[in-house]
Design a protein around this ligand. Structure first.
Ligand code: 5GP
Length: 217
């Protein structure tokens, strides 16, 4: 009886909280929010437009991805590798929903100029963990052509992990140039340039809670 009462109380609180949060968002109004964000973006040369649905969708999809990982890797004690800078927000929200034993580490892909045949090469920096025999989950912001991911996987494979999985916030399926098995995708998007939720435009916009694309006015 005590339990069912507290269950009921919890459910009532959950409903009140949901309604309050929704009301809060609506009180800004998507239009107002859009204007506010446009003003913030005024340092940029292009006007940016809020992709309205994504306001609610991001967290829902990130939490779905986390549930899939919780289900698939519950006995693997995975090492999550968040690829900075772009994935920091995705990684934070994802990891809040991961409930299995795991570790998280942060790496960077630093560009340096290779010889004339290789052109610009990206080198993995910051990986201090021994990944031999481990399940590694790469946490990326976006897979565009897939070339960066392909190179990263090649580099990691040389360190003999048990398996490598990919979790990415965004994929542009029409741009993919390589044959990649992407295990976890929050959202497939059209072939547009995206800013916000960790992704930048010339160093700016990473802090936006939503994702934006460039529009012509
Ligand atoms: P790829 O090698 O798959 O073509 O590109 C991957 C990297 O390019 C991403 O990690 C990201 O840094 C950058 N990138 C690709 N598409 C976008 C985009 O739409 N917006 C931003 N901000 N960066 C992108």
């Amino acid at each position: 009886m005590v339990n069912s009462n507290s269950d009921l109380t919890n459910r009532v609180f959950a409903i009140i909280y949901r309604n309050w949060r929704d009301a809060l968002w609506h009180s800004f109004g998507v239009e107002d929010l859009q204007k506010k964000q446009r003003m913030k973006c005024s340092v940029l040369t292009n006007p940016f437009l809020l992709i309205k649905d994504y306001l609610y969708r991001i967290l829902k999809e990130v939490s779905r991805v986390a549930s899939e990982i919780n289900r698939d890797l519950k006995d693997s004690e995975p090492l999550f590798l968040s690829v900075l800078n772009g994935s920091f927000m995705f990684a934070a929200d994802l990891m809040k929903n991961i409930e299995i034993p795991c570790e998280i580490s942060f790496v960077k892909l630093a560009s340096y100029c290779g010889d004339s045949s290789t052109g610009k090469v990206k080198e993995l920096v910051g990986l201090n963990e021994d990944i031999t025999g481990r399940t590694v989950v790469i946490v990326e912001d976006i897979v565009d052509t897939g070339l960066t991911m392909e190179r990263l996987i090649e580099t990691l494979k040389a360190r003999n992990p048990k398996e490598i999985r990919i979790a990415t916030l965004l994929v542009k399926p029409d741009k993919l140039q390589v044959d990649l098995k992407i295990d976890y995708v929050a959202m497939n998007i059209p072939n547009d340039f995206i800013v916000g939720y960790g992704l930048d435009y010339d160093g700016k916009g990473r802090n936006y809670r939503d994702i934006y694309t460039v529009v012509s006015e």
